[in-house]
Design a protein. Structure first.
Length: 667
C-alpha cells in the first residue's frame, strides 16, 4: 500500500532509479508520446543544452531578469522558444517506429534548419511589428517562415499523430480555398505567400494564444510537476491517502481515487498519473478482491480527473483562461465543485462495490501511520499551500509554480533521499525539457488551425449559422456540441479539441445566453471523455496494460464508473451555481442536492443501498431516475426526485425485511 515500502527507510535512491521513474512522467497534461528510450549520446547532450537554454530564456522573460542585457519582445521570445523546444521534440520523439533509440540524420537537418529560421525571425521581431511583415516581408523572412511551417507540421505529426496533422493541414490551408466554399463555409481567401506570412508572422496562428499561454504560464507548472515527481511527492500523497482511507472497506480503491486525485491536481497529466500510481494501486486493489478490469477502470477514471481538478488542472485550462480573458484562478475556482463531485461519485461506487462483495481494507501492517506520514510530508504540504496561496489569494498565476518549486526544492534538501544531486538534477532537467517540447510541438501545429479559421473569418460565420439552425433551442446546441466534442476528442488531443471548438462552438453557446465559463468547461469535459470511452479510451487502455485486463472491457467499465461526467456538464451549464456563480446560499444548496443525487445514481449503478443492501433491477432503475431528477436545476424535478427516492427506499426496506423473515422461517 505505501510507496515508502519500495525503498528501505534511510536508504538513498539510486540515480538511475530516479531517471527511470521520471521516464514515465509526461507532466502538465501533455499528450506527447513516450520518447521510447531516445535520445542517447550526443543527441541527449544537445537536448539538455538546448532545453537548459530554453528554461533560462523563459525565466529571464517571466521575471524580467534582463540577463546580459537581453530582454526580447514578446513575439521574438515566442520564436526563440519555438526554435529551441521544437528542435528538442525532433531529437526526443522519433519520426517513425523504426527510429526507436536512434537519432537520424533528418532529425539533425530539421534542427539545423529550424534554429536559424526562428533565430532570424526573433532578431527581427520589432521589424515584423513595425513594418507589417505579416502582409509584406523580405524574401529571407518568407524562407524562414516556410521552414517554421514545415517544422510545425512535422512536429504535430510526431507528437499528436496523423489525425491531428490532417486537421492542421486542412484548416491551416483553408484560407487558400475559402472563397470556393459554399454558404457559411465561404471566407476570405489568401494567396500562398500571404497565408504563409500571416501564419508565421501574424499573432493569431503559430504564435497565437495557445503558444503564448505555454510561454507565459504553463512552463512554470511543467517545472513544478517535474520537481514534485523527482522529490518523491507522489509517494507522500499516496501514503497520505493510505493512512486516511487504507483501513476502510475497499480501502486500496479509495486510496487510488484520492491519491490519483491529489497528484493529478498538481501535475495535470492523465497518462503519467496512471503510470506513476497504477503500478502500486492496481495490484493492491486486485489483492483484496477487486477484479482486474474494475481496478484498472478505477485508476483510469481517477487519473482522468487530473484534467479537471484544481489547483493546476491541465494545459487546456490555462488556454481557456486566455480565451475568456479571465484570471486562471477564476477557471480553477469554477472547476472545483464539479471535480469534487466526480471524485465523490467514484468513492461512493468503490465503497458500494466493496460492500456488495464483502471486501475488506488493506492489512494493518501495510498502512502507514498518519502522524509520521504527515511529518515526513511537510515539504509537499508546504509547497501546496504556497502554490494555492500565490495562485488563488495573491492571484499571481505566473509566479505561483516557481514559488512552489523553489520552496519544495529547499524543503526537501534536508533529507538525503529527496535532496537534489547531480544525477537527479540532470534527470529533472531532461524531464522538464521533454514535457515542454511535447507541448510546443503540439500547440505550434494547433496554432495553424486557429489561424486558418481566424484569417478566413469562417469561425464567426459558423457560430452564427449554428445559432440560426438551432432556432434558439439551447438543448439541441448542447447535444450537438457534446457529440462533436466527443468525436473530435477521439482523434485529437484534449487541447486541440478544446481550442477548435472554443472558436467554432463556444461563441454560439454564449450568444444563446449561456454562461461563458460554463460553456467553455462544457466543451472541455466532453473533449476529455474520450480518455475513458471506447474505442479510444487511452487512459483505460493504459491502466489495462498494468492490470493485465481486456482493454475494451476495461474501457466499458471506466465509462460506467465515470458516468457522472456525461451528465455534469449539462447540469452546470444550466445551473452556474455549481461553478460558483451566485450567492453562497444558492451554491451550498445546489452542492448538497448534487451530493444526494450522486449518491442515488451511484446506488443504481452498483446495486447497493446503504443501510438496506442489494437492490433489484426495478429499484435500481427507480433510484437512478430519482437521482437524475434531483440533479436537474428545477424545484419541481427536485420534489419529484425526492418523492420517488422515498418510495424506492421504503420499498427496498420492506422487501429486505420480508426476505429476511422468509429466510428465518425457512431455517
Amino acid at each position: 500500500m505505501t510507496h515508502s515500502q519500495t525503498v528501505p527507510a534511510g536508504e538513498p535512491v539510486k540515480e538511475q532509479d530516479a531517471g527511470a521513474a521520471l521516464s514515465s512522467h509526461a507532466g502538465m497534461g501533455s499528450d506527447m508520446p513516450s520518447p521510447r528510450a531516445r535520445p542517447a549520446g550526443f543527441a541527449r547532450l544537445a537536448v539538455l543544452v538546448l532545453g537548459g537554454l530554453g528554461i533560462v530564456l523563459a525565466l529571464n522573460q517571466v521575471f524580467l531578469l534582463n540577463l546580459f542585457g537581453f530582454q526580447p519582445l514578446g513575439n521574438s521570445y515566442l520564436y526563440y522558444l519555438i526554435g529551441i523546444f521544437l528542435s528538442v521534440a525532433f531529437l526526443v520523439v522519433p519520426a517513425c517506429a523504426a527510429d526507436t533509440g536512434h537519432t537520424r540524420w533528418y532529425d539533425w537537418v530539421l534542427v539545423a534548419l529550424l534554429l536559424p529560421a526562428c533565430g532570424y525571425l526573433g532578431l527581427h521581431g520589432l521589424d515584423i511589428i513595425q513594418l507589417g511583415w505579416e502582409y509584406e516581408a523580405p524574401w529571407q523572412a518568407d524562407v524562414a517562415s516556410a521552414v517554421v511551417i514545415v517544422a510545425a507540421l512535422e512536429g504535430v505529426r510526431r507528437a499528436g499523430g496523423l489525425v491531428l496533422l490532417a486537421t492542421a493541414l486542412f484548416f491551416g490551408s483553408y484560407p487558400l480555398f475559402a472563397d470556393y466554399m459554399p454558404g457559411f463555409l465561404w471566407g476570405t481567401s489568401y494567396g500562398p505567400l500571404e497565408a504563409l506570412q500571416a501564419h508565421v508572422m501574424g499573432v493569431e496562428s503559430i504564435i497565437g494564444i495557445p503558444m503564448q499561454v505555454v510561454a507565459e504560464l504553463v512552463i512554470g507548472f511543467v517545472i513544478f510537476g517535474s520537481v514534485l515527481t523527482i522529490t518523491r511527492g507522489s509517494e507522500f500523497f499516496m501514503d497520505l491517502a493510505a493512512a486516511l482511507l487504507g483501513r476502510t472497506r475497499g480501502g486500496p480503491a479509495k486510496v487510488a481515487v484520492v491519491g490519483s486525485g491529489i497528484l493529478g491536481s498538481l501535475s495535470g497529466s492523465v497518462i503519467s498519473n496512471i503510470l506513476t500510481i497504477g503500478p502500486f494501486s492496481i495490484p493492491t486493489m486486485k489483492r483484496i478482491g477487486y477484479p482486474a478490469v474494475y481496478a484498472a477502470a478505477i485508476e483510469s477514471c481517477a487519473s482522468t480527473g487530473a484534467t479537471l481538478m484544481p489547483p493546476v488542472m491541465g494545459t487546456v485550462a490555462f488556454i481557456m483562461a486566455s480565451f475568456l480573458g479571465v484570471p486562471y484562478a477564476d477557471v480553477a475556482a469554477a472547476a472545483f465543485i464539479p471535480a469534487v463531485l466526480f471524485y465523490l461519485a467514484l468513492i461512493f461506487q468503490v465503497d458500494m462495490f466493496a460492500a456488495r462483495r464483502g471486501l475488506k481494507g488493506a492489512p494493518a501492517e501495510e498502512i502507514p501511520p498518519l502522524l509520521p506520514t504527515l511529518m515526513r510530508g511537510w515539504p509537499y504540504l508546504l509547497a501546496l499551500v504556497v502554490l494555492v496561496y500565490v495562485l488563488m489569494v495573491l492571484r499571481q498565476e505566473t509566479y505561483s509554480p516557481y514559488a512552489a518549486s523553489a520552496v519544495l526544492l529547499i524543503a526537501t534538501a534536508f533529507r538525503k533521499r529527496t535532496r537534489m544531486s547531480p544525477g537527479r538534477a540532470l534527470a529533472l532537467l531532461f524531464d522538464i525539457v521533454k514535457n515542454i517540447a511535447g507541448l510546443v510541438a503540439i500547440l505550434a501545429g494547433i496554432g495553424l488551425i486557429v489561424g486558418g479559421l481566424s484569417y478566413s473569418g469562417v469561425a464567426g460565420a459558423f457560430s452564427r449559422e449554428l445559432l440560426l439552425y438551432a432556432d434558439g433551442n439551447v438543448a439541441l446546441m448542447l447535444i450537438a456540441g457534446a457529440v462533436t466534442s466527443f468525436v473530435l476528442g477521439m482523434g485529437m488531443t484534449v487541447s486541440a479539441c478544446y481550442i477548435f471548438l472554443s472558436i467554432l462552438l463556444a461563441p454560439a453557446l454564449i450568444d444563446a445566453g449561456l454562461n461563458p465559463l460554463a460553456s467553455h468547461l462544457f466543451i472541455l469535459y466532453w473533449g476529455m471523455l474520450s480518455y475513458i470511452t471506447p474505442p479510444v479510451a487511452l487512459a483505460a487502455i493504459t491502466a489495462a496494460s498494468l492490470a493485465h485486463s481486456p482493454p475494451m472491457k476495461t474501457g466499458v467499465y471506466a465509462m460506467r464508473l465515470g458516468g457522472i461526467l456525461f451528465i455534469l456538464p449539462f447540469i452546470f451549464v444550466y445551473d452556474p451555481a455549481l461553478i460558483m456563480e451566485g450567492g453562497w446560499g444558492e451554491i451550498l444548496g445546489r452542492v448538497a442536492l448534487s451530493v444526494v443525487a450522486i449518491w442515488a445514481m451511484t446506488s443504481a449503478m452498483e446495486g447497493w443501498l446503504y443501510g438496506v443492501g442489494r437492490l433489484s433491477i426495478p429499484l435500481r432503475l427507480g433510484i437512478g431516475i430519482a437521482g437524475v431528477l434531483v440533479l436537474l436545476p428545477d424545484l419541481y424535478t427536485d420534489i419529484g426526485g425526492f418523492g420517488l427516492m422515498a418510495v424506492v427506499v421504503v420499498a427496498a426496506i420492506i422487501l429486505t425485511s420480508t426476505g429476511k423473515q422468509r429466510a428465518g422461517a425457512a431455517s
